[in-house]
Design a protein around this ligand. Structure first.
Ligand code: HEM
Length: 393
């Protein structure tokens, strides 16, 4: 295994990490990434295999578990009940109960309301240059997840604030200040949901929170702490990545010169998959080895971590032709942006639906949409999203 050095907060890397990925891939599937102090998979085959290899998982091995710092307690309490940080049998149970409440029927039922929302947002666009990320790309996913869960839409700005403070914990720029802010946000979010779940228990509605309360599998129910952890995971995961998929997608379309065919009913699926492949909003996830495992010539020992570079796998020339070219007409087959295996994104159908609705309405209503300033990515690796997207219509 070669050792590679690349700061995840280096300005050039944050703006364009793809040359580093390409150079890494040329030298092999798996390397030691010095700055993270762990092995990292850059090739499509290695990422694909490791996502599915049950000798690896997301949950910290038992003997490595440490009581976290006291100031992080409220944040860690939420994580402790999140399916994203669990492995079977805990993961199986949480995911199954969530999937029973999160069905394709409920997702499809959001469509007409989301179309109206997109039109309403566009009606309010100003004539002067404005931030599309704020005015559109953020609003659609956050309101969609509020509607699905059954949280009042007026809560959207508050949810965004809690969520931004919590997800900063997963970014390379994490500091003591972000830790305190995340813990405060987790406490406030938990307090709100504890009250709100209590209300729904006594006054059931046709929403996901009510269905999660009722979801039962062989007599098993989600505890209140599990309900809170699950709702926070759905609310946070439910918009952060979709906001930036829309933002990165609009940026790419404007920079590449978009074609009306891409937005036609028979082109839109291909466009959405290509946006997600070409410039995904989440670049890296990690796994722990649970036993000694030999992978691409490297022997992992129990407790070793490995980073999976989803965004690098998406551009592996051994898996698809001309991966550096943005081509919505290509058959959508190597997209790793939603992960794979046990933790494959629960929200993938919702994220796709939101993009399939929001993009054609935006470009249909605003055919003269133009960039008003050069977009820049935020220094928030492994997240990969814009600071703002200044446009004119
Ligand atoms: C374009 C938008 C999205 C992207 C790129 C994305 C990406 C991902 C990825 C890569 C994972 C797996 C992480 C791993 O394997 O370590 C994941 C898991 C997850 N995502 Fe998404 N996601 C998106 C939207 C959503 C939405 C809209 C929701 C919810 C409404 C959601 C909920 C979840 C949940 C609950 C998990 C954990 C699944 C598990 O652990 O079994 N995501 N997502």
């Amino acid at each position: 295994m070669k050792t590679l050095t690349q700061s995840p907060t280096g300005p050039a890397f944050v703006q364009d990490p793809y040359p580093f990925y390409a150079a890494a891939r040329e030298q092999g599937q798996l390397h030691h990434w010095q700055d993270y102090g762990m092995a990292a998979a850059f090739g499509h085959s290695a990422v694909h295999m490791l996502l599915r290899d049950r000798r690896f998982g997301r949950e910290v091995p038992e003997e490595m578990h440490k009581d976290g710092a006291a100031h992080l307690a409220p944040f860690l309490a939420v994580e402790a009940h999140s399916m994203l940080d669990a492995e079977p049998p805990r993961h199986t149970r949480l995911r199954r109960l969530v999937l029973r409440a999160f069905t394709s029927r409920e997702i499809a039922a959001l469509q007409p309301g989301l179309e109206d929302l997109c039109h309403r947002l566009i009606d309010e666009f100003p004539a002067a240059p404005f931030d599309l990320l704020d005015a559109y790309c953020t609003q659609v996913p956050v309101i969609a997840i509020c509607r699905l869960l059954g949280v009042p839409e007026e809560m959207a700005p508050q949810l965004l604030d809690w969520s931004h403070r919590m997800v900063a914990m997963y970014q390379a720029s994490r500091s003591e200040t972000t830790e305190h802010a995340a813990a405060e946000a987790a406490q406030a979010f938990t307090d709100f949901l504890r009250g709100y779940i209590g209300k729904r228990r006594n006054d059931p509605r046709d929403d996901l929170i009510t269905r999660l309360i009722a979801a039962e599998e062989e007599g098993d129910k989600l505890s209140t702490d599990e309900l809170i952890g699950t709702c926070i995971l759905l609310l946070n995961a439910g918009h952060e990545a979709t906001v930036h998929s829309l933002g990165n997608g609009v940026k790419t379309m404007l920079q590449q010169g978009w074609q009306p065919d891409w937005l036609a009913p028979d082109g839109i699926d291909g466009l959405v998959e290509e946006i997600l492949r070409f410039d995904p909003p989440l670049h890296m996830f990690t796994r722990y080895a649970y036993e000694e495992a030999e992978v691409f010539g490297h022997t992992f020992r129990r407790g070793d971590q490995v980073a999976l570079l989803l965004a690098a796998a998406n551009r592996d020339p051994s898996a698809l032709d001309r991966p550096e070219v943005f081509d919505p007409s290509r058959p959508p087959k190597v997209n790793k942006s939603f992960g794979g295996g046990l933790h494959f994104c629960v929200g993938a159908p919702l994220a796709r639906l939101e993009m399939q609705i929001a993009l054609p309405i935006l470009f249909g209503r605003c055919p003269d949409l133009r960039l008003a300033a050069e977009p820049e990515y935020s220094n928030t690796y492994h997240f990969h999203g814009l600071t703002r997207l200044l446009v004119t219509v």
